[in-house]
Design a protein around this ligand. Structure first.
Ligand code: 6MZ
Length: 356
């Protein structure tokens, strides 16, 4: 079975001894700011979920994109649908969130902002409110167990669901921002970039901003979204997910580029996700290069560590080897990510002291 899984590239580690470089990247204190909960589910947790729901006939090949494999973005979104079938009860969410948090901690992540779209599942009685409560419960449980990581939560709006659901999501997030002891810090706008339009979501996003929720918006993940990005950049968002086509070298217009630079909006950059989802052709052509050269705040993230078979240490290592970053530069890059977190300044200061 193991050989089959390896030859099909379904498990993504090898059995070589850790090199000195692997240890450096794992021990580097890291900040993860762009991680979708259900995209971050590991091979081991998927195994447990499949065990809970054998009748679904879901196999590992349907939930992850292995080493060297590529998919269209559309195929990536099919993968999330399969995972959602496996994660449809409070018990599932609690297990998934707890496992994901512990895995990030084991990878040397000291501060994590998880994001997830609250789902209602009529068949299991799951409500959107219970969904958020359960993620918060997982965060608190990990804290009580002494897991060495500070975790915050962004409530996600799936762009395909339109205005009404977006407004409802912001209202829920607002409630939890007040009642969760600072754990809910913001809103994420994500989902299939080929579906829906940002202009329909603008009122909800404005409402979120007005009540003090931070905004991280997926912008220009595909080329045809420039006009939408131009509009949403006027909010302006507090961070940008991917922003693949915002830089002029990637086809971005002077207008969008100026708005990102003028407002100094940090970018959350996910190398493996973009290469495997084929929105960028190769690691060396990733837009990290342009923004990093410019000295613009650029945060290395995983996006969906389970689906894309990666972790944050690996993403830093890939950025360093692809773009020739020294160890000092890598250290500085991971430290600069602290400036971009959504938690209050006191948390930033504490995170700074931890890595100094
Ligand atoms: C846009 C993405 C994404 O919310 O169920 N998601 N949205 N672009 C991406 N790039 C590959 N990767 C993940 O996690 C899964 C959901 O996150 C969003 C999609 O809406 C996906 O359904 P949650 O925890």
């Amino acid at each position: 079975l193991l050989r089959d899984l390896l030859t099909q590239n379904l498990i993504c580690f090898d059995f070589m001894m850790d090199t000195e470089a692997d240890v450096f990247y794992r021990e580097l204190p890291k900040v993860e700011l762009h991680a979708h909960l259900n995209g971050s589910v590991s091979f081991e947790t998927i195994e447990k979920l499949i065990g809970r729901k054998p009748h679904l006939n879901i196999e590992h090949g349907m939930t992850a994109i292995g080493k060297g494999q590529r998919r269209t973005l559309d195929e990536c979104f099919q993968v999330f649908k399969v995972i959602h079938q496996l994660v449809d009860t409070e018990e599932d969410i609690l297990m998934v969130a707890t496992d994901v948090i512990k895995e990030f901690a084991a990878d040397g992540v000291k501060y994590l902002e998880l994001r997830s779209t609250p789902r209602e599942e009529k068949s299991t009685g799951l409500t959107k409110k219970r969904y958020i409560e359960t993620v918060i419960k997982a965060i608190q449980q990990c804290k009580n167990e002494g897991v060495d990581i500070d975790v915050r939560f962004l409530v996600a709006i799936d762009r395909r669901n339109g205005t009404e659901v977006a407004v409802e999501t912001v209202k829920l997030a607002k409630e939890f921002m007040r009642s969760s002891d600072g754990l809910v810090v913001g809103i994420d706008l994500s989902g299939d970039p080929t579906v829906g339009h940002g202009k329909d979501l603008l009122p909800a996003l404005q409402m979120a901003k007005n009540c003090g929720l931070k905004l991280s918006l997926h912008l220009s993940e595909i080329q045809s979204q420039l006009e939408e990005s131009d509009l949403l950049l006027d909010l302006p968002p507090d961070r940008i997910g991917h922003g693949t086509f915002l830089h002029p070298e990637m086809g971005g217009s002077p207008s969008v580029f100026d708005k990102v630079v003028k407002n100094n909006i940090p970018l959350e950059l996910c190398l493996t996700s973009n290469v495997k989802g084929q929105t960028v052709p190769s690691y060396s052509k990733h837009h990290f290069k342009y923004w990093y050269q410019l000295g613009h705040p650029s945060v290395i993230c995983t996006d969906d560590k389970g689906v894309f078979c990666t972790d944050l240490s690996q993403e830093y290592q890939l950025a360093a080897s692809t773009f020739g970053l020294s160890r000092e530069a890598v250290w500085e890059l991971s430290q600069q990510a602290i400036d971009c977190i959504f938690a209050p300044d006191a948390v930033k200061a504490a995170a700074q002291t931890e890595v100094d």
